[in-house]
Design a protein around this ligand. Structure first.
Ligand SMILES: *Cc1c(COP(=O)(O)O)cnc(C)c1O
Length: 396
């Protein structure tokens, strides 16, 4: 008790020396620290602070947040990781610094030509309080592929994983208690150097920030109602649908807004050539279940091959299901027993209905559903309730 108190006091003391530039400090400051902040205008000594033992020693301390009210909003946490590429395209040794705004040249490649890719991964808290990352190497590899497509320099897999680890550890008090949510971690690679003519930016910045999250959809864990979009498309052959390019997301906002205004949860996109085959949802992959067969659209460049998608395919096969990655005609929606979506942010989300051309298909979503069976296993592995025989988790 006394030791914990001492640690906490030491930590508070250290905190008051930190700069509070950027973000909403009131969300971050520990209880009782109000008086100190008055005396601490802009001391930019973040680097030492970030790696000071204080951050890592208050293991059992949680940020002051109502963990029962988490949605998928952006809540600023204490630290972010940042580094930039040198002339040779290699990235400098990065570091965590205080979370805050970044400064960009108006001619930055990302601002003018959309040269940017992102990733999404999570830190989970096990019942014993320890923190776990789930397959961050897969995100690192995907970022490398995306960077190649977008003509960007990219950190190595090791550097990426290390950055995710450091960000999670530095913000550990923001990792929600088990069962309340997770710390969503957002690695971001942007063309930060100035460029006027169309060409790759001369410098890239890699940063990793995080936010505690609960359910992605406002429906919570209630089944989703999807709308099959026919006017707008998310991706096209030869385009960038298969990588997490920032340029893939603003263009779907219109379709998403239309669907939401009509009471739907999200949009299910069709292929842009035949307008007939299922692709995916705005930010997650889709699966159909029919008897013992689980099908998901094959990822051939227009679909983002999710880490969750791949993991669920493997778990389903282990459970004795037949899993097919194939071309799925939209008409098959009316023949499926069950449909669900997968993604780091959404988890494994059951779909209650899908509407296509004024026809509405409804699905099984009860607790005996296949999606629930698979989700329980996936979540069990992440939370340390089921032994991880696949080497998917990294305790940090
Ligand atoms: C991120 C994303 C997914 C899910 O990928 P995960 O690796 O499982 O998080 C699926 N579709 C789109 C369009 C995405 O952006």
């Amino acid at each position: 008790m006394a030791a914990a108190l001492l640690r906490r006091t030491a930590c508070l003391r250290s905190l008051v020396h930190q700069s509070l530039r950027g973000g909403d400090a009131s969300l971050r400051q520990p209880k009782g620290a109000d008086n100190y902040y008055r005396y601490t205008s802009g001391t930019p000594s973040c680097l030492q602070q970030a790696s000071s033992p204080c951050v890592y020693s208050n293991e059992d301390e949680y940020a002051d947040l109502d963990w029962d009210k988490l949605g998928f909003g952006s809540i600023p946490t204490d630290y972010m990781y940042i580094t930039k590429s040198a002339k040779d395209g290699n990235f400098e040794q990065g570091h965590v610094s205080r979370y805050g705004s970044v400064e960009l040249n108006p001619a930055a490649g990302v601002l003018n030509y959309g040269q940017g890719i992102y990733e999404g991964t999570k830190a989970y808290r096990k019942e014993n309080g320890h923190l776990v990352l789930f397959r961050p190497d897969q995100n690192a590899i995907r970022m490398k592929m995306g960077a190649d497509r977008m003509c960007m320099a990219c950190p190595s897999v090791e550097q990426f994983v290390e950055a995710v680890k450091e960000t999670a550890l530095a913000n550990r008090r923001w990792v929600p208690p088990p069962g309340k949510g997770t710390l969503y971690i957002r690695p971001l690679l942007i063309g930060s150097g100035p460029i006027l003519g169309l060409s790759p930016a001369p410098e890239f910045t890699f940063l990793v920030y995080s936010s505690p999250v609960g359910n992605y959809f406002k429906e919570g864990i209630a089944p989703l109602n999807l709308y099959v979009e026919e006017e707008f498309h998310r991706a096209s052959p030869g385009g960038t649908g298969g990588v997490k390019s920032i340029t893939n997301y603003a263009p779907v906002l219109k379709a998403l807004a239309n669907a939401k205004s009509r009471g739907f949860s999200d949009v299910l996109y069709l292929d842009s050539v035949n307008k007939k085959y299922l692709e995916e949802v705005s930010s997650c992959n889709v699966f159909l279940v029919k008897g013992n067969l689980i099908s998901t659209p094959v990822a051939r460049g227009t679909i983002l091959a999710g880490v969750t998608r791949r993991s669920i395919i493997e778990i389903a096969q282990d459970q004795g299901y037949q899993v097919d990655e194939r071309t799925i005609a939209v008409e098959e929606l009316f023949d499926a027993d069950e449909v669900f979506c997968t993604g780091t942010a959404v988890g494994v989300a059951p779909v209650g209905s899908i509407t296509y051309q004024n026809r509405r298909a409804e699905y099984r979503t009860k607790s005996q559903s296949v999606s629930e069976e698979l989700y329980v296993i996936l979540e069990g592995i992440r939370r340390g309730l089921i032994e991880d025989k696949k080497g998917w988790t990294i305790e940090i």
